[in-house]
Design a protein around this ligand. Structure first.
Ligand SMILES: Cc1ncc(COP(=O)(O)O)c(C=O)c1O
Length: 403
């Protein structure tokens, strides 16, 4: 549906949004009428270079033709059935994901936060059944972000922030350790701990990149204390960081991983993968979802994973990530550029990231800001060198425009 179909002006649409919608987002000030490849097109014809990718979702570009074709085909066959009949897209996607990643099993959800709920539930049930009735405690990182539903929110190591404040008690059984400080993680392990959960790169927490030694240390702690290692791959997964999954940059193999965002090609789907032994705690009726495994979403994801793997998008992310990170060294007021592949944080020396984002939008570049001084770049993984150059030029102008 586009503006011309409504007979309304752009301002009238914005007014309807502010009148009828609960708004928890700071909007980009345009109506997106078309999103294709690396660009978003506004109602007035303006064209925006996409360096946020729907927040690390559009890894193969917006409206990738193969994903669109898969959705169109599937939508006319089966849109929804619930998980009683077998459906072909579910099966094909399951086989492709499990064989690609080397896991035995997949369980489908609808989103990242729900994938994390499934991962947390599976780890807790495994702990309780294998170790004892109180063995449901999970250690996560300070500054982590795992989602907005209560399990995932409780796992999110950001107490005292807008994420947790005034939502009442979090779920019991989570402690938070300093990301990077192995000794602190180990000090929190008790006989009741069942798992350590981590993001390979703390994305929402400021694109914090851990060392290889730290992530390998987490794996070693899990082996030593008989814990499950849980990787939240929702933002780092599916080629974003230059490897198929973020954990692969660190030479570890988690017991359960959660994924969403990039796997769906723009359609809402989440999932967890694990081995048979861990999966065995999810028996008939113990977990479920109405839409998880939806045929259209699975068909889209099957096409998306095909494009990502067959066209080696990890290599593209690695190459272009290295290219733009080098270029970004020249932006003014720079403290640090960090990241892996095309999950990049540009930390500035001043608390101006929101203004930089706004100035960049005026110059037709879309990014996201984190906290007060980090600009995050998560473009489609097919972004070109010329587009990277353009983005760096605009960011430079945007930073210089702030007095
Ligand atoms: C690492 C991580 N985990 C979980 C989530 C939550 O995913 P969703 O917004 O799909 O619920 C996000 C979203 O940004 C994320 O980056």
């Amino acid at each position: 549906m586009q503006l011309k179909d409504t007979g309304k002006s752009a301002q009238e649409i914005k007014d309807i949004v502010s009148k009828y919608m609960v708004e928890t987002y700071k909007r980009f000030d345009f109506i997106c009428e078309k999103a294709e490849g690396h660009y978003l097109y506004a109602e007035n014809g303006d064209k925006y270079l996409d360096f946020f990718g729907g927040v690390a979702v559009n890894n193969t570009g917006s409206c990738n033709p193969k994903v669109v074709a898969a959705v169109k085909e599937q939508v006319e066959q089966v849109m929804h059935t619930f998980n009683y009949p077998y459906t072909v897209p579910q099966a094909m996607l399951a086989e492709r994901v499990c064989t690609t990643l080397g896991f035995d099993k997949i369980f489908y959800q609808n989103s990242g936060t729900e994938a994390n709920e499934a991962m947390i539930k599976m780890a807790r049930k495994y702990g309780i059944e294998k170790k004892g009735p109180n063995a449901y405690h999970i250690i996560t990182g300070k500054g982590s972000f795992h989602g907005r539903t209560f399990g995932a929110l409780s796992a999110t190591g950001q107490p005292g922030t807008v994420l947790h404040n005034n939502f009442g008690p979090m779920l019991e059984g989570f402690t938070y350790a300093e990301f990077g400080n192995l000794a602190e993680y180990e000090s929190q392990i008790t006989e009741n701990t069942c798992a350590i959960m981590f993001e390979p790169i703390q994305a929402e927490g400021g694109v914090k990149v851990p060392t290889k030694e730290f992530i390998q240390g987490l794996e070693a702690l899990c082996k030593k204390h008989n814990l499950l290692l849980l990787a939240d791959e929702i933002q780092t997964g599916w080629c974003r960081t230059g490897e198929t999954m973020g954990y692969m940059n660190f030479g570890v193999k988690p017991d359960i991983i959660s994924m969403a965002k990039g796997i769906g090609g723009g359609m809402p789907i989440g999932a967890i993968c694990c081995n048979d032994e861990v999966a065995s705690v999810f028996t008939l009726g113990t977990h479920g979802t109405t839409y998880g495994g939806n045929s259209v979403c699975c068909a889209a994801a099957y096409a998306q994973v095909g494009v990502l793997m067959d066209d080696n998008y990890s290599a593209k992310a690695k190459e272009m990530g290295a290219y733009i990170m080098e270029k970004l060294q020249s932006v003014p007021k720079l403290k640090e550029v960090r990241g892996y592949g095309l999950l990049i944080g540009v930390e500035l020396t001043e608390a101006i990231s929101v203004q930089v984002k706004e100035e960049a939008i005026k110059r037709k570049l879309l990014t996201t800001s984190i906290g007060t001084n980090i600009v995050r770049l998560t473009p489609p993984l097919t972004i070109t060198k010329a587009e990277c150059d353009e983005a760096v030029n605009i960011l430079t102008e945007a930073i210089n425009a702030i007095q």
